[in-house]
Design a protein around this ligand. Structure first.
Ligand code: T1G
Length: 687
């Protein structure tokens, strides 16, 4: 007999390879199960490493399978995880990029987890109106403790492996050599006595589970209570105190009940339309122009917010002002932002310095020539903006994209004063510009396709949701918001108090009611705009004078401690005072209206119908390219509840005949000048 040389123990490499993000559709689930089984029966293999791509270990369940039979086609994710857990050879997850939702659960099924420090892990299911459905609600409390586990699943936000290194979730966190570390650990486990370690076998601290669930239940806010997934998550984590299989069963039931809920359907729709909105229609497909340097003109609140967003996106930023004082104030505001981030532990001070090192504050117009994108953020007045654009035209380099940050103005009127209208477009940022996700990209009549593509690319780089809009008064968002706000004002004359309207709409899920919003942004802004339009307003139109009267009394909102509400220490009074009520009652009397109280559901429906009507009108005019874009705007910029999907999605859930009837009634009551969207327009919007 010739002595046989034993083969070196081999670690099988099972790759997840379903670009772009290894979502766990049926094909990838089959691949995992088949590869694990093959490795388990391969006599040369002693251990297995499951590894993804640089971008993603796995982004979780394939959302595009939801609602189709494929989602439930075997092997389901649970089966794949059970295959790993039953495997006689150790399976180690090697995590780079993201491990989200079902991707995290796949890793939790492995016997150990190794991650690159930069990898991001989390349970985003709650943002889809769901809870984790393949074991995370049971295993995370066992690994991390219930409190930390709940925090992760309630927020839905990913955390980096570096942040999670001491949480109990990960066995090793490395800055490089992911494969080597994972395969070494797999070999180590193969040499240890069985049974292999598994998250499911860990004991659970029952008292800690109960305490964490109780604490989290007490902290649920109004928006969370409105969405059934939050309570379901608490129930599932509560069930982790049971035997493992019983807890898994409970998780399953809760998950399946949520899957068909209206909230999850709406949130899935938002997931889809948000991603669609990033894509330009074929008529505008063009390569973006290269950009690395943005010049912002105007260092006020808006301009500095835009500058912060651009600095945080790693761009060079020029900041231009007319006076040294205004420039200094802007620079100070930007500095304060970064130092507060550092103080809060959200940014390292070296990084903050590096980012701010790219800020070039100047009073010199010739500095504009360094920028590939110029964003004007001066006073909202067309003549002022035109004079700024004449100067931009003189100083900006050829081919630079020239953007005006405006909420209402006509882009064409601004482009017309330049020698290069093809480079001009609108960028409507929302305040605070470094926080708010929404960005309306406004296409003027001459805007070139590649200028638009550049603006969309810039929006994405700024981590915003850029939405392409046509050049019409108020674009998408403010046009709909105006119709909504106007309807809410009509309701005051008809019989509601401001707090009734605000309460009904926050109960519906809006982040704030329209009158609280008006107080916050300052009534004088709306007042000025109304004065500017007074000359062209038809006297037969229904026009509510309440806001004007309040402004005449010096009640400008929060900044004067009084508007619709009064304010003490920044907190609004729970109800409006007699002064406001007197103004409301007089306004109704002048119009000959006998006020009578409005029920919350009536208020909600009137507000929603006003939005839907305006959405159908603007969609028919081509102001929005897709109906879904309207919902992305309202949810991301105006506090519309994401779990209702948006006004268009809402309208699709309503019986059509009732919708038409109520619209007839609404528009009739609005009176002269109010335009009703035709049934054909609604057909197109709701298709
Ligand atoms: N399923 C299907 N497609 C997905 C996907 C997913 N989970 N995630 C991303 N995509 C597509 C996306 O539509 C886009 O496609 C492309 O990938 C790039 O995405 C059982 C119930 C991973 C951080 O919620 O957070 O697991 O438009 O443009 O900015 O408990 O996508 O190119 O055709 O967003 O680099 C939980 C959601 C599912 C993850 C990448 N998972 N995704 O961001 O690119 S529920 C999520 C993300 C679940 C289990 C359950 C991000 C990303 P296209 P992108 P990105």
């Amino acid at each position: 007999m010739t002595p046989s040389c034993p083969a070196a123990p081999r670690v099988a490499r099972v790759e997840l390879n379903a670009p772009p993000v290894n979502s766990l559709g049926i094909a990838l689930r089959r691949h995992v199960v088949d590869s694990i089984r093959a490795a388990e029966t391969d006599p040369d293999v002693v251990a297995i490493v499951l590894i993804g791509s640089e971008k993603a270990f796995s982004a979780g369940a394939d959302v595009s399978e939801f609602g189709t039979p494929l989602q439930f086609e075997a092997p389901m994710l649970r089966d794949a995880i059970a295959t790993i857990e039953a495997c006689q050879k150790p399976v180690v997850a090697a995590i780079s990029g993201v491990a989200l939702g079902g991707g995290l659960e796949l890793a939790l099924g492995c016997h150990a987890r190794v991650a690159l420090a930069s990898a991001r892990m989390g349970a985003p299911e709650i943002q889809l109106g769901l809870i984790p459905g393949s074991g995370a609600t049971q295993k995370l409390p066992r690994l991390m403790g219930a409190e930390r586990a709940l925090a992760m699943m309630m927020s839905g936000q990913p955390e980096t492996a570096a942040q999670l290194s001491a949480s109990g979730l990960l066995d090793r966190v490395v800055s490089q050599d992911l494969w080597d570390t994972a395969s070494a650990l797999a070999l180590e486990l193969a040499q240890q006595a069985q049974p292999l370690p598994r998250a499911r076998d860990r004991t659970v601290d029952v008292a800690a589970v109960e305490a964490a669930v109780e604490k989290a239940a007490a902290r649920l806010n109004k928006r969370q209570r409105a969405q059934p997934a939050y309570q379901a998550l608490l129930d599932a984590v509560q069930a982790s105190a049971l035997l493992f299989e019983a807890g898994m069963q409970r998780e399953r039931e809760l998950f399946l009940a949520l899957m068909t809920s209206s909230e999850a359907t709406a949130l899935r729709y938002q997931f889809r339309v948000q991603r669609e909105s990033a894509k330009l229609p074929p008529s505008l497909s063009a390569q973006p122009r290269a950009f690395d340097h943005v010049a912002v003109i105007g260092a006020g609140t808006m301009g500095s917010g835009i500058a912060i967003a651009a600095l945080e996106a790693g761009l060079q930023v020029g900041l231009l002002e007319q006076s040294a004082q205004a420039l200094e104030r802007g620079v100070a505001r930007i500095g304060e932002h970064f130092s507060s981030r550092v103080k809060a532990g959200k940014l390292e001070s070296a990084k903050a310095e590096q980012l701010q090192g790219r800020l070039h504050a100047t009073l010199d117009w010739s500095a504009l020539s360094a920028a590939n994108v110029v964003i004007e953020a001066v006073f909202e007045d067309v003549a002022v903006k035109q004079s700024v654009f004449r100067l931009i035209d003189q100083h900006a380099r050829a081919g630079a994209v020239l953007a005006t940050n405006t909420s209402y103005l006509d882009i064409n009127a601004i482009a017309a004063v330049t020698s290069r209208p093809q480079d001009v477009l609108g960028l409507h940022f929302f305040s605070p510009a470094n926080v708010m996700k929404l960005l309306e990209v406004v296409q003027g009549k001459d805007s070139a396709a590649d200028a638009i593509a550049t603006a969309m690319a810039l929006g994405r780089q700024l981590k915003k949701t850029p939405i392409l809009c046509g050049n019409a008064f108020g674009f998408i968002g403010n046009r709909i918001y105006n119709a909504y706000r106007k309807q809410c004002e009509f309701m005051l004359e008809d019989g509601a108090w401001p707090e009734d309207v605000d309460q009904a709409l926050t109960d519906f899920g809006f982040a704030m009611g329209p009158f609280a919003v008006a107080d916050l942004s300052g009534l004088d802004i709306a007042w000025r705009m109304r004065q500017a339009h007074a000359a062209t307003r038809d006297p037969r139109e229904r026009y509510v004078h309440i806001l004007d009267r309040l402004c005449e009394m010096g009640r400008m909102g929060r900044k004067t401690q009084a508007g619709y509400y009064t304010y003490a220490d920044g907190k609004p009074s729970p109800t409006t005072d007699d002064v406001v009520r007197g103004v409301v009652v007089r306004a109704a009397a002048e119009r000959g209206i006998e006020r009578s109280p409005l029920a919350a559901d009536v208020i909600q429906r009137r507000a929603l119908l006003a939005m839907v009507n305006e959405a159908a009108l603007l969609f028919s005019e081509g102001v929005a390219h897709r109906a879904g874009d309207i919902d992305v705007v309202l949810v991301n910029g105006y506090g519309f509840p994401s779990w209702v999907g948006g006004p268009v999605h809402w309208a699709r859930t309503q019986p059509r005949a009732g919708l038409e009837q109520d619209l007839d009634r609404l528009i009739a009551a609005n009176g002269f000048g109010s335009v009703r969207a035709t049934p054909a327009m609604l057909d197109r919007l709701l298709a």
